[in-house]
Design a protein around this ligand. Sequence first.
Ligand code: ZN
Length: 80
Amino acid sequence: MPAVAPELIDLLICPACHGDIEYKERRNLIICTSCGLHYPVRDGIPVMLVEEATRPTSRRGRSASSGAGEDRGSDARPAS
Ligand SMILES: [Zn+2]
């Protein structure tokens, strides 16, 4: 599993909020320290796309109303 170059991590910002990101090598994941989106890393290439990002359980109970093309229907979550 190739690791992401640290100098690349330095250059990357979150495309959603332009915040700093953090590379979690053990999880092969990039996490925005600002908005908390998780970006996948594929073959050592960070996939910095909002569409590819996953949002962990929202702590603030506020769903992203800006809705970056969220796929409704196929993965309907019950509103808690
Ligand atoms: Zn962000």
